[in-house]
Design a protein around this ligand. Structure first.
Ligand SMILES: Nc1ncnc2c1ncn2[C@@H]1O[C@H](COP(=O)(O)OP(=O)(O)O)[C@@H](O)[C@H]1O
Ligand SMILES: CC(=O)OP(=O)(O)O
Ligand SMILES: [Mg+2]
Length: 401
């Protein structure tokens, strides 16, 4: 079975074709800066790289371009599009409706549309991707895999805000959590690597990409996660502030900021980027620190401190900890972040092995010291594979009926 996986962002479209016989990735591509004068297109297929800059006006055109490249005689991996058996889509916000991945029909599209209010930056492009794929591949089954669904096991005490109850009833304002597909994948992979049953483990997974979140997973079920109503809550991120005093929002508005300006400030101009005045990218921050840049050092210190505090609080929520997993861009590649976070957690018996931490950088593996009470792991996330696996399972279930 060949599955096309689509991850539509606000201005980008990432795609992969996976052959599910052996779960291998046949081709992988990215269209960025959709809607701007110049869009970047990149595709990789067994070392053959395609790169181009051209104007791509919307997601439909982006997907059309991707389909052309997938079937391109030189760069592609398929002869014809009808070799695609199913399409899996990342959908960021599933609201309270979706507990697991689903086959997309008109009702599901309507529900995703209704949840757009809750994730205005993420759901509309996800829908555009779904509509474009339906148009181009009308007879192929399509599956939605939600960022929120793995977090549905959170108890009320974790997902309710200290707000009047009717605000939840009326507007569904509660904590949802995101990056669920990644947390689910790496937690399963960690239990495989450790050869320990998930049902016996208290685990914290740290997805540290450009967006970042933690999940506290008690015997396979999420009991808390750091993102909330929107992907803005929680950790310091590349450009997002994470937790702040909500009073700051009113203060800024009274100082003359518009609502959109505050939104932009907190989502796009804060976090590591805002503090360092340099970059949202940890690689640049590291260079800055090495060159003695004080703001880069401050951004790094605030990032690590917040992360360590959150892990500490989740050890309390879990009443203990067996496994700590680092994943995504920063978690997989930045040995300094892992070292410095674990340094704060020494008191809890979280002890990292410095050499293994360096040696296993960018690889899957166990990096805890032999006398650590907690297993510490690096696990490379693979949201696309998880989406493809869900898609295959659901399409097979439907076919069996
Ligand atoms: N070698 C590296 N060292 C440190 N940080 C890295 C490295 N490579 C990537 N990163 C960090 O990972 C981030 C991207 O993570 P990723 O999980 O790909 O994000 P997203 O999926 O949210 O775009 C970059 O912004 C950068 O901060
Ligand atoms: C939900 C979310 O924040 O996703 P990303 O990290 O891809 O922006
Ligand atoms: Mg990501």
């Amino acid at each position: 079975m060949k599955i096309l996986v689509i991850n539509s962002g606000s201005s980008s479209l990432k795609y992969q074709i996976l052959e599910m016989e052996n779960e291998s990735c046949l081709v992988k591509g990215l269209v960025e800066r959709i809607g701007e004068q110049e869009s970047d297109i990149e595709q990789e297929n067994e070392g053959k790289e395609y790169k181009n800059i051209t104007k791509i006006k919307d997601h439909e055109e982006a997907l059309k371009k991707a389909m052309e490249l997938i079937t391109d005689p030189e760069y592609g991996c398929l002869k014809e599009l009808n070799e695609i058996d199913a399409v899996g889509h990342r959908v960021v916000h599933g609201g309270e409706e979706f507990f697991s991945s689903v086959l997309i029909d008109e009702e599901v599209i309507k529900a995703i549309e209704e949840n757009s209010d809750l994730a205005p930056l993420h759901n509309p492009p996800n829908l555009m991707g779904i509509r474009a794929a339906k148009k181009l591949l009308p007879n192929v089954p399509q599956v939605a895999v939600f960022d929120t669904s793995f977090h549905h096991s959170m108890p009320e005490k974790a997902y309710m805000y200290g707000l009047p109850y009717e605000v939840y009833q009326k507007y569904k304002i509660r904590r949802y959590g995101f990056h669920g597909t990644s947390h689910r994948y790496v937690s399963q992979k960690a239990s495989e690597i450790l050869k320990k049953d998930m049902k016996e483990l208290k685990m914290i997974t740290a997805h540290l990409g450009n967006g970042a979140s933690l999940a506290a997973i008690d015997r396979g079920k999420v009991i808390d996660t750091s993102m909330g109503f929107t992907p803005l809550e929680g950790l310091i991120m590349g450009t997002r502030s994470g937790d702040i005093d909500p009073g700051i929002v009113f203060f800024l508005i009274r100082k003359g900021y518009s609502v959109d300006e505050v939104d932009d400030l907190l989502n796009k101009r804060s976090g590591v980027y805002g503090l360092s005045k340099m970059s949202n990218d940890m690689r640049d921050i590291r260079k800055g620190i090495e060159n003695g840049d004080k703001k880069a050092k401050l951004a790094y210190d605030v990032y690590v401190y917040r992360l360590a505090k959150y892990i500490g609080s989740y050890i309390t929520a879990l009443k203990g900890l067996d496994v700590l997993v680092f994943t995504a861009g920063v978690g997989e590649n930045d040995e300094h972040v892992r070292m410095d976070v674990c340094d704060y957690l020494d008191f809890f018996g979280v002890k990292i092995d410095k050499e293994k931490n360096t040696l296993l950088n960018r690889k899957n593996g166990i990096i805890s010291a032999s006398d650590s009470d907690v297993d510490i792991l690096i696990v490379k996330t693979d949201e696309e594979l998880m989406i493809a696996q869900d898609t295959k399972r659901i399409v097979e279930e439907v076919n069996e009926k």
